[in-house]
Design a protein around this ligand. Structure first.
Ligand SMILES: NC(=O)c1ccc[n+]([C@@H]2O[C@H](COP(=O)([O-])OP(=O)(O)OC[C@H]3O[C@@H](n4cnc5c(N)ncnc54)[C@H](OP(=O)(O)O)[C@@H]3O)[C@@H](O)[C@H]2O)c1
Length: 294
């Protein structure tokens, strides 16, 4: 009897928004064996545990969905943010190199200063405004220095039916209040985590691994206020959504005022269609509605 072994894909940070979307996709990719590792199962900051995990399971791909994502808290918890977003990415890249594993890592639009007037390309200069962005940029640098089989996806404004995010916060607020104020002078593009997970899986399935940095977000550039308005419209809530300025809503971490990402390199390299932001939002809100009614 011939023995067949399926290709193993390790997903770290598997209980986060993006990690959960990979869990959702596993049945659509039956040729692969997914190893979903939560923070408890695989703390990526622990180099010994990472090495042990790789030597025991021998994955062919590693998709790093683990991160320290509390942008405002990162201003104070600098060591914790740097350990996960920078040092641990170096640890994973070194393990990937040692065990010949292709490495997918996720980064952010917050590596940019946000003073551009057109979407940022992968070749544009980085200059993070906050510590989270700095720690994520350091993670990119460590991964690329360590290993040449790394694909980095910079993404922005990530939401999902899982975890905590802007969409779920807005749904709660518009249900509770008659009026809310949302920032209307920061521009960017939302990313439905399910779309990003699907894009990465298509690259793996088509054996189309191309090392380097790629920008990935849903198409269309909007403000947080427009995003909130769309959430209100689609969910048919009566709450009034007022436009406010960044100055009206001070936060510990500075945010870029324009962080739209240019996805042409991704589209030209992989020919994988990217859904439009509102279409994906409708899809996600439909899933959340079905959870509520079931
Ligand atoms: N969310 C956004 O708006 C956004 C925007 C741009 C880029 N990104 C990037 O996209 C990626 C996915 O983000 P996401 O929104 O899915 O984040 P998320 O929901 O916060 O998930 C991150 C996961 O990583 C886990 N984690 C934290 N420290 C860990 C460690 N030391 N070892 C292993 N796991 C650890 C977290 O566990 P605990 O929750 O238990 O700590 C959580 O399950 C990240 O690289 C993020 O930087 C996100």
């Amino acid at each position: 009897m011939a023995l067949t072994s399926s290709i193993k894909i390790l997903v770290t940070g598997a209980n986060g928004q993006l990690g959960m979307e990979f869990r959702q996709l596993q049945n659509a990719f039956p040729g692969f064996e997914f190893l979903f590792a939560s923070k408890e199962e695989l703390p990526i900051t622990d180099d010994k545990k990472v090495d042990q995990y790789f030597s025991t399971h021998l994955p062919r791909f590693c998709i790093n969905c683990a991160a320290y994502t509390a942008v405002d808290k990162a201003e104070k918890e600098r060591t914790a943010a740097y350990d996960v977003n920078a040092n641990a990415v170096g640890i994973l890249a070194a393990a990937c190199k040692k065990y010949e594993v292709k490495f997918f890592h996720i980064s952010t639009d917050y590596v940019f200063a946000g003073n551009a007037t057109k979407p940022y390309t992968e070749a544009d200069d980085t200059a993070p405004l906050n510590y989270y962005g700095y720690s994520k940029l350091s993670g990119e640098e460590k991964a690329l220095k360590e290993y040449d089989q790394v694909m980095i996806f910079r993404t922005s404004w990530v939401y999902s039916s899982y975890g905590n995010n802007f969409v779920k916060t807005m749904l709660r607020l518009i249900a509770e209040r008659e009026r809310i104020g949302v920032v209307a002078d920061q521009y960017g593009s939302p990313t439905y985590a399910a779309d990003l997970a699907n894009a990465i899986m298509q690259i793996i399935a088509k054996q189309n691994f191309v090392p380097g940095i790629f920008h990935y977000c849903n198409t269309g550039i909007i403000t947080w206020h427009q995003f909130a308005q769309a959430i209100r419209e689609i969910s048919r809530a009566s709450c009034k959504v007022d436009a406010i300025t960044t100055a009206d809503y001070p936060t510990p971490a500075k945010r870029p005022s324009y962080s739209a990402l240019d996805t042409q390199k991704f589209q030209q390299t992989f020919h994988i269609p990217i859904p439009q932001w509102r279409e994906s939002l409708e899809h996600c809100l439909g899933i959340l509605r079905s959870h509520k009614s079931s």
